[in-house]
Design a protein around this ligand. Structure first.
Ligand code: C5P
Length: 242
């Protein structure tokens, strides 16, 4: 791997300076954290699998016209992405109650929601990523009303498409988190899908057995974490090279 200047190290990924201006290299680590890094561990091979899974999902989304930061995969653990200005909001979509929604609202895990629900969380580790309303987002200038229109529109399309894609391989998309960024081209700005989409930030349940195939296996010490990620990749038809 060529020596590259590291720009940022997150919990599961590292960003390096890219080969051309306006590009970055996104490196996927095996490190896993949960509960705002109170729980730490390593899931062997996770970085390789998430690199492949995220590549696959971003490519499929690009094919239906969702703009993304993804350019191409470089190797087992790295992908070339476009440099964007990350909007400091985690956008969570829920189709079925689980996780923090079940805890907060007392709705049993597995209850299908009357409709898909979008929630926003302010990206701030020191504050534990608090949930915020659109009012906070616009009042504090984290995103403009036009940005939010684009984000909601894109998020609903991503949810519809991924729900169907996963259902086709026997997986229920319970919920997931996405992030968006601003991509500047000359004077023009577009909102694009950024970060990653992988079992680290989705809840994926087997449609027949309801078995969890995502990071909840790590969060809840259910075991067979790597196998679950592998099974997702296998069902999507994208197991990594040996
Ligand atoms: O924990 P919670 O139920 O709010 O998570 C909802 C969804 O968002 C889950 O799929 C989880 O994996 C994802 N998430 C994430 N990063 C966070 C918080 C949640 O990817 N910081």
């Amino acid at each position: 791997m060529a020596r590259r200047r590291q720009l940022y190290e997150g919990k599961a990924k590292i960003l390096f300076e890219g080969p051309e201006p306006g590009t970055l290299v996104q490196y996927f680590k095996d490190d896993a954290t949960a509960f705002n890094a109170q729980k730490k561990g390593v899931i062997t091979g996770k970085g390789v699998l998430n690199n492949r899974i995220s590549e696959f999902l971003m490519q499929r989304l690009a094919e239906i016209g969702i703009p993304t930061h993804f350019v191409r995969r470089l190797n087992m653990r790295e992908q070339l992405i476009r440099e964007v200005e990350i909007i400091p909001i985690e956008v969570v979509v829920r189709n079925v109650a689980a996780g923090s929604m079940s805890t907060r609202l007392g709705i049993a895990e597995g209850t299908r929601l009357p409709r898909s629900i979008i929630e926003y969380y302010y990206k701030n580790d020191a504050l534990n990523d608090p949930m915020v309303a659109e009012e906070h987002i616009s009042a504090f200038g984290w995103a403009s009303p036009q940005d939010m229109d684009d984000i909601v529109h894109l998020t609903l399309r991503i949810n519809d498409f991924l729900t169907g894609l996963f259902l086709g391989v026997g997986i229920m998309l319970v919920d997931f988190k996405v992030e968006f960024g601003r991509l500047w081209e000359n004077e023009d700005m577009r909102i694009v899908l950024a970060d990653e989409i992988s079992p680290d930030n989705c809840r994926l349940w087997d449609t027949k057995t309801n078995e969890k195939m995502d990071k909840d296996r790590f969060r809840r010490d259910l075991g067979r974490v790597e196998e679950a990620y592998q099974e997702v990749a296998k069902r999507l038809g994208i197991l990594p090279e040996a």
